[in-house]
Design a protein around this ligand. Structure first.
Ligand SMILES: C[S@@+](CC[C@H](N)C(=O)[O-])C[C@H]1O[C@@H](n2cnc3c(N)ncnc32)[C@H](O)[C@@H]1O
Length: 346
């Protein structure tokens, strides 16, 4: 193909990326791959099973056949490819929930204001919705349920790795600041019989945390406390965990949260942030996959919450502002996150 035409075609495909995301989100939401799990199906039967308009479903599937997610047999039946299998909800490493979460209407609206984010550094989310993400989730229970569920799902894999990587011996009282529904606190409490946990989060989230802790049968060893980490965090802990908290905020706000943890902790206390650590300028990327993930997550922080991913040196500087020394970075086995252990500076 002539060079210019090839470039134009690539450009058209890149610009049209939003159509693919939307199409994948739609079939994931409808559960198309789950219906096809038993084998190829006639389009009419497929449309009936997922409650879709036949012609419209066929138009969407036509696009997704070109991307290798679905295949059409000569007799007209639609089947799943190996790639499309990942859209089933019941397979290991399923991408279904992620595809749905990534194409939620509230998220798309935020990305519609990405130019504003780039001009100002402000989250497009605020421009789109007139408030920040946490305030929005507080008044939209459907969106909040989905968000908290997806946080808990990822937190479950992280929690197991954190418990393996970090020795909590000597910690008697652990405070999980912004701990969501308590998945991490539960794993740490269950693995460390001497330890009591506190999950601290916004009032609208903590109602769900109470239910989860009760279902896990650990309310005698783990409390759920509602509050605002910009005001204060529960006092008297000897370890404060901030899992996926600091990256949600700009440096000023992140240092404010850290300072509140410092003010609340016992002497000799530890600060444990769980975050992705971005390679510094000029440092080689660990792997192309991780490099892509870092960039995508960082863009998400810009568009949705106004936070950012940081290098080790940036975390060290942030800790120092709040009176902590970054003493260790423990990478989590097989995961792109690390535990950044901080101790009170002398
Ligand atoms: C990205 S989620 C991380 C949840 C959990 N730590 C995890 O690792 O899955 C951020 C959490 O911070 C909480 N949060 C946001 N603003 C807060 C505030 N001002 N005070 C307390 N919690 C807050 C949110 O409700 C949410 O649960």
């Amino acid at each position: 193909m002539h060079g210019d035409a090839e470039l134009r075609q690539r450009m058209t495909a890149l610009i049209g990326g939003y159509q693919l995301s939307a199409a994948i989100g739609a079939v994931a939401r409808l559960g198309v791959a789950d219906v096809l799990a038993d084998g190829p199906a006639e389009p009419r039967r497929l449309a009936e099973c997922v409650g879709a308009d036949l012609r419209s479903l066929e138009r969407v599937l036509r696009v997704l056949e070109d991307t290798g997610l679905f295949t059409r047999f000569e007799d007209g039946r639609i089947g799943l490819t190996a790639l499309g299998e990942l859209l089933r909800g019941d397979v290991p490493g399923s991408a279904r929930r992620g595809a749905i979460a990534s194409t939620e209407e509230w998220r798309w609206r935020a990305y519609g204001h990405l130019t504003h984010s780039v001009r100002t550094g402000e989250p497009g989310f605020r421009e789109a919705h007139g408030c920040g993400l946490w305030e929005y989730l507080d008044r939209e229970p459907g969106a909040a349920a989905m968000f908290n569920e997806s946080m808990s799902r990822v937190a479950a894999a992280n929690a197991a790795a954190i418990v393996r990587a970090y020795d909590f011996t000597g910690v008697r009282r652990l405070v999980d600041v912004g701990g969501g529904h308590g998945v991490l606190a539960r794993a740490v409490v269950e693995a460390n019989p001497e330890l009591r946990g506190i999950v601290f989060d916004l009032p609208g989230v903590i109602e769900g945390t109470r239910t989860h802790l009760a279902d896990a049968g650990i309310t005698d060893r783990c409390d759920a406390i509602a509050g605002d980490f910009f005001a204060a965090v529960p006092a008297g802990g000897d370890a404060y965990v901030l899992s996926w908290i600091l990256h949600d905020w700009d440096d000023g706000a992140a240092a404010h949260i850290l300072a509140n943890c410092r003010a609340a902790m016992r002497s000799g206390g530890r600060l444990l942030a769980v975050e992705m650590v971005v390679p510094a300028e000029g440092e080689p990327a660990v792997s192309p996959d991780l490099d892509r993930l870092v960039k995508a997550t960082d863009l998400e922080m810009l568009a949705i919450v106004g936070g950012r991913e940081r290098t080790a040196a940036e975390y060290r500087a942030l800790y120092a502002i709040a009176g902590f020394e970054l003493v260790r970075i423990l990478p989590l086995d097989g995961l792109p996150w690390s535990v950044l252990e901080g101790a009170l500076s002398l």
